[in-house]
Design a protein around this ligand. Structure first.
Ligand code: SF4
Ligand code: SF4
Length: 185
């Protein structure tokens, strides 16, 4: 007969509760969060499915979902939830756990973009769009992707040729330094 360790079964769900103070078991799978999520239409998994993974203690599924990394932290889902589940906060906690436990997002592009994005923030305190686009395209071996858009974007002032560093870059670096103590290894 299959022996089920109940403590083990509830470990992941409890860890999410402990780290986020959000009780995902309240989710009734109404789908309102997913209906309002701006990135969900482009994703294979919806925010309500991520909540379901946690309810079912499917740690691997939750921590390898690209949705966790594409989430824009816009908080629309949390505002719409009739059960008061703060989905956006749970997504933050899932990202933190991914880093702590060495899980890679399911898509290489998500991983590459995420690491370049944070490198930019650490260096300039904001995004240097042109540098990010070039680095990302090189990493993805698609150096000329979207090159046709470049002249119009510069002309309309959407991207600048040179990077701009914010004045108080020290406080940003301090934040990164402090966040290290939340990340093992
Ligand atoms: S809106 Fe709330 S209750 Fe509805 S599926 Fe999303 S998390 Fe669950
Ligand atoms: S916080 Fe994330 S999951 Fe929630 S609606 Fe915004 S993008 Fe979607």
């Amino acid at each position: 007969m299959l022996q089920v360790d109940s403590e083990q079964v509830h470990n992941f769900k409890n860890r999410i509760l402990q780290l986020s103070d959000v009780d995902v078991t309240r989710c009734i799978q109404c789908g309102k969060c997913s209906a309002g999520c701006p990135v969900a239409p482009d994703m294979e998994e919806m925010p309500n499915q991520i909540m379901r993974y946690i309810q079912l203690n499917l740690k691997e599924k939750a921590l390898t979902s690209p949705m966790v990394w594409v989430c824009a932290s816009c908080v629309t889902c949390s505002a719409r939830c009739p059960e008061g589940v703060n989905i956006a906060r749970v997504m933050n906690v899932l990202r933190r756990l991914c880093i702590e436990e060495g899980y890679q997002p399911g898509q290489e592009q998500v991983n590459a973009f995420n690491s370049l994005f944070f490198d930019n923030i650490k260096k300039y305190g904001r995004i240097y769009e042109l540098g990010l686009i070039v680095q990302y395209n090189m990493k993805m071996m698609t150096p000329f992707k979207d090159i046709g858009l470049f002249p119009d974007m510069v002309r309309k002032g959407k991207i600048s040729l040179l990077p701009h560093r914010i004045k108080d870059i020290g406080s940003i670096r301090e934040l990164f330094q402090k966040s290290k103590r939340f990340i093992k290894g």
